[in-house]
Design a binder for this molecule. Structure first.
Ligand SMILES: Nc1ncnc2c1ncn2[C@@H]1O[C@H](COP(=O)(O)OP(=O)(O)OP(=O)(O)O)[C@@H](O)[C@H]1O
Length: 653
């Protein structure tokens, strides 16, 4: 690589645009165009970008031809996270962990670049996946002092939710190469700076490990900055590939050997890699798999003692969410404790885990039902694993002619699901729906149910049965028992829906008449289905699909936690389409409720784990130590997860 002096420019006014070749969009190379910042000035001599930033902060409309789309999206996020624009609110987070695979692999690569830069006023920064600065190399004293002033220092975090739009945090949020020049920064104190960051990923799992960033004065910024940081990131990726290959290969060998010899459930756990054999996938429900992975990781971390000593944990008994009980045997692979995670200093040990099911699940999965592929249901979309599973179980129950309980949070699609199954399996038969919420003010509600039960055929859905009081629930149970006693339950299928969190003991008498129960997952547990649901709903709401969703808006929708589930998504899109009747939905078209987002898009497993942590914190008044103990999690892990998942905790913790 040549000396970097080629890309450092002189005499560019700090508040002005880029040097000539990067100026106006539409001319110059594609790279220049992508990096160009308009340089026109307003009559008063103000930079239009600075003006746009001020207008944005004052909640006034912004000229979108002046602000690049990723920057505007980042400003919105910064605003949502209540980042202060007039000051930097950073605090020291503790000594960074320089013993991680990332930090160790990056050291020679960054040093090499530093030597090539040879005292130029540019700084090379390495952060971990949370934006915490791990290393900084600067050859110029003046720039070094400035970086100290803006706290771009090891041990401080430049995450977007702390500092606002910047080359590090915004690269992490957007997941790709990002440059932020001058007034594009959200925080005023960064307006004199320019930075370009590229996320670094684990070569096998693809998980983001951190960011490499170049920072310099705004007046020295140049389009080639992004090329330079990209090529440095490529070199680091190469170094990481070499490191991870040998380690992951060893794990893979041990895992396949264990699978060949065991004939039972085997898991292989590595740094960002989880392997499950066929036995595990068939015998364990997804929630059980998640619980086992979590417990095995914890067990191996606590068994790996200091100086590479292994304290065998013996057989560990695990109670699984399905009611099954498993015994787990963990064996380490490779160097013990030699590898530490990027986010804390707990040793992370690769290992192979053998699992024996001691007691089966209390609600066994109907094998045929789970393994048979489901055709898509009429009027519904969604192919996420959690949704598919609920669909299959509902279909299987319907096929067996069993009365069914559909349980789940409000708006998850319980009624829609059972209706669609009925429509597919028995389209000619009637489907009647009665809402138990009406029983509170409609004294005839139970009489209507009786009428349906006496001569009805097809499907009868009783919604919201948690709304019945104890007496009404008893009366309803009595009426249903009569149908069963008369053997008429073969002609009429009955399904009830309820919100599990509102279920009470006095409903047990009613619910025991239903042999099957399906948990319909909340939308955040199959958020991948948003990619199908959004266009599906927009197609219904707009004429001939005239409204589409931009990728920036989709990113926000994917990261929202959707407390009101699919019903809330429908309402949100309905609201949006009333204002935007054609074209692409942009982030700013979404109502404020959609700006409450998690730090990144969570996988279904992560989302389940986040919910379990939130619930445990609620159960223990926000006390993190007790919440961690109840989940069988270490203190360090719960703190890490709280940070990773952006969980807001109460002061009691
Ligand atoms: N997979 C899906 N595909 C398309 N639309 C869906 C899907 N899931 C739910 N919906 C739609 O979402 C809305 C809410 O669904 P539904 O009324 O069935 O939820 P619910 O769980 O029964 O709600 P509640 O118990 O709060 O009444 C409906 O408009 C439904 O058509």
């Amino acid at each position: 690589m040549g000396r970097a002096s080629t890309w450092l420019h002189q005499n560019v006014p700090e508040s002005g645009g880029l040097p000539d070749r990067g100026r106006s969009p539409g001319c110059g190379s594609p790279l220049d165009t992508a990096l160009a910042v308009p340089e026109q000035r307003l009559p008063g001599g103000r930079d239009p970008l600075a003006e746009a930033r001020d207008r944005f902060l004052a909640a006034e409309p912004v000229d979108r031809s002046v602000v690049r789309e990723p920057i505007l999206a980042s400003w919105w996020r910064s605003k949502e996270w209540n980042v202060a624009a007039d000051r930097l609110d950073l605090s020291y987070r503790g000594d960074p962990n320089l013993d991680s695979t990332l930090a160790r692999s990056a050291e020679p690569v960054l040093r090499h670049l530093f030597e090539q830069l040879d005292g130029q006023p540019i700084s090379i920064v390495l952060t971990d996946a949370s934006g915490l600065v791990l290393r900084r190399f600067t050859g110029d004293d003046k720039l070094e002092r400035q970086l100290d002033r803006i706290m771009l220092i090891p041990g401080f975090s430049y995450a977007e939710d702390i500092v606002g739009t910047n080359g590090i945090g915004t690269a992490l949020e957007s997941g790709g190469p990002t440059h932020v020049f001058g007034h594009e920064h959200y925080a005023e104190r960064l307006e004199g700076m320019a930075c370009a960051g590229v996320p670094v990923r684990d070569p096998l799992s693809g998980k983001t490990l951190g960011v490499i960033d170049l920072t310099c004065w705004r007046r020295d910024a140049d389009p080639l900055m992004l090329s330079l940081v990209r090529s440095t990131a490529d070199q680091l990726n190469q170094a990481l590939t070499e490191t991870s290959n040998s380690r992951d290969l060893r794990l893979l060998q041990e895992y396949t050997r264990a699978c060949r010899h065991s004939g039972g459930i085997v898991l292989g756990l590595g740094n960002d890699i989880v392997m499950l054999n066929d036995h595990a996938r068939k015998a364990l429900a997804p929630a059980d798999q998640a619980a086992l992975i979590c417990r095995a990781t914890e067990t191996m971390a606590s068994a790996a003692g200091p100086r590479g000593r292994w304290r065998p944990p013996g057989a560990v008994t695990v109670d699984l969410p399905s009611g099954a009980v498993a015994k787990m045997f963990c064996r380490p692979v490779g160097e013990l404790g030699a590898i530490t995670t990027a986010v804390d200093s707990a040793p992370l040990t690769d290992g192979v885990v053998h699992v024996k099911l001691v007691t089966p699940a209390t609600v066994p999965l109907p094998e045929a039902a789970v393994s048979r592929a489901t055709m898509s249901l009429p009027g519904l979309v969604g192919g996420g694993a959690a949704w598919r599973r609920a669909s299959r179980l509902t279909e299987a129950s319907y096929e067996r002619g069993e009365w069914l309980v559909l349980e789940g949070e409000p708006g998850v699609g319980k009624l829609a699901l059972v209706r669609a199954v009925h429509q597919r399996r028995n389209p000619a038969a009637p489907c009647h729906v009665l809402d138990a919420a009406e029983a509170a003010h409609d004294r005839d509600w139970l009489a209507q149910v009786r009428a349906e039960l006496s001569g009805g055929t097809g499907l009868l859905v009783l919604r919201h049965v948690h709304a019945l009081n104890a007496r009404q629930a008893r009366t309803l149970a009595g009426a249903l028992e009569e149908v069963k006693a008369a053997g008429r339950d073969a002609d009429l299928l009955v399904a009830v829906t309820l919100d599990g969190s509102a279920a009470r003991a006095d409903l047990n008498g009613l619910l025991r008449l239903f042999p099957g129960s399906v948990a319909v997952p909340p939308l955040r547990h199959h958020s991948e289905d948003l990619r199908d649901l959004v266009p599906f709903f927009l197609g219904k709401l707009s004429q001939q699909g005239r409204v589409r969703c931009s990728s920036a808006a989709m990113q926000l929708l994917l990261r929202h936690t959707w407390p009101g589930n699919t019903a809330q998504l429908w309402q949100v899109l309905k609201q949006v389409v009333q204002r935007r009747r054609a074209g692409q939905i942009q982030p700013e078209d979404l109502p404020p409720e959609c700006w409450t987002v998690s730090r990144r898009v969570l996988s279904p497993l992560e989302s389940i784990e986040r919910d379990a942590i939130v619930q445990s914190l609620l159960d223990h008044g926000g006390n993190k130590i007790r919440a961690a103990a109840a989940l069988g999690m270490s203190r360090a892990t719960i703190y890490r997860r709280i940070h990773e998942y952006g969980i807001i905790t109460t002061p009691a913790g």
